[in-house]
Design a binder for this molecule. Structure first.
Ligand SMILES: [Zn+2]
Length: 291
């Protein structure tokens, strides 16, 4: 009797054990295998889709002026001619003077000051002011200065719709290209106002965003002496200096600021030169403050 009982218990235990394996072990394993295949298929499908996306890029968008705008993949490297930095002396400190809100009636005089001193600067121009000032822009380029975008209408991009951000950036870049033949993949958002959305749209257009590390507050003081002391007492190697060629007082200040900076040993280079000299290309959608 004991032997029969033992056999029954043993059989029951075996069935339970095998059933357990079947219910909790093998089936999920099969599911996992199936899932694996599905995940693999999905990954392959996604990869194929990615490649297809890549192949169809760059996408073409037509802006409100009917200009064809090319967008690049987010976080792509800027596709442009490498910056010629042959004139840069690696033993000397360097800074980038930047001028926003022009071109204006004062820009021509500023260009002459820069030229006289063998200096370069970067001009963040407002798109709607380009028409009629094409010769000024061409002179900027001819003298080794850099042209960049400050949007079409000086819009606050952080509070603008996607459509507005896209056209503000794209239209200005297209107008610079039309006036000078030069591509301008750098932009400075007015008021420095930017957020993740602005960065993403800039990335999709192959644009890097440029801020500053030294604010001359020239728009506030409107005083050449104040601009001079603010600049000369705060300047450091690698600075991007914010000025506005819209104001006569700023250009007045540059008559002494530029020679003084050079006398202090600084080389005045463009933003692209400052940020890329001896370094990697800039990244689209990134925000840069200084070297
Ligand atoms: Zn501005």
């Amino acid at each position: 009797m004991k032997r029969i009982l033992y056999l029954i218990v043993a059989t029951l235990l075996m069935v339970t054990f095998m059933g357990g394996c079947s219910a909790e072990g093998e089936s999920p394993k099969e599911t996992t295998e199936a899932e694996k295949t599905t995940v693999q298929e999905q990954t392959e499908k996604q990869t194929t889709e990615k490649i297809t996306e890549k192949e169809t890029e760059p996408e073409s968008i037509t802006d409100e002026n009917g200009n064809e705008v090319t967008t690049l993949a987010p976080k792509a490297k800027l596709d442009r001619t490498p910056v010629n930095c042959d004139h840069i002396d690696p033993s000397k400190p360097m800074i980038a003077l930047t001028f926003d809100d022009g071109p204006s009636a004062n820009t021509g005089r500023l260009l002459n000051i820069l030229e006289r001193n063998g200096a370069r600067a970067t001009f963040f121009v407002v798109g709607k002011y380009i028409k009629g000032n094409e010769a000024l822009l061409q002179k900027m380029v001819a003298n080794g200065n850099e042209l960049a975008s400050h949007t079409w209408s000086h819009a606050n991009l952080s509070t603008s719709s996607d459509e507005v951000i896209i056209s503000e950036l794209a239209d200005t870049r297209a107008a610079i290209k039309k006036a000078t033949g030069v591509d301008a993949p750098l932009a400075r958002p007015p008021y420095g106002a930017h957020n993740e959305n602005v960065k993403n749209i800039a990335a999709s257009q192959g644009i890097s965003l440029i801020m500053w590390s030294l604010d001359t507050r020239d728009w506030e003081s409107r005083n050449a002496t104040a601009v001079y002391s603010k600049t000369m007492s705060n300047v450091r190697n690698g600075d991007i200096i914010l000025c506005h060629d819209l104001h006569k007082t700023t250009v007045d200040a540059m008559e002494s600021v530029i020679p003084s900076l050079i006398q202090s040993g600084y080389q005045l280079v463009t933003v692209s030169e400052l940020l890329t000299y001896g370094r990697e290309e800039l990244t689209c959608g990134e925000v840069y403050f200084r070297r």
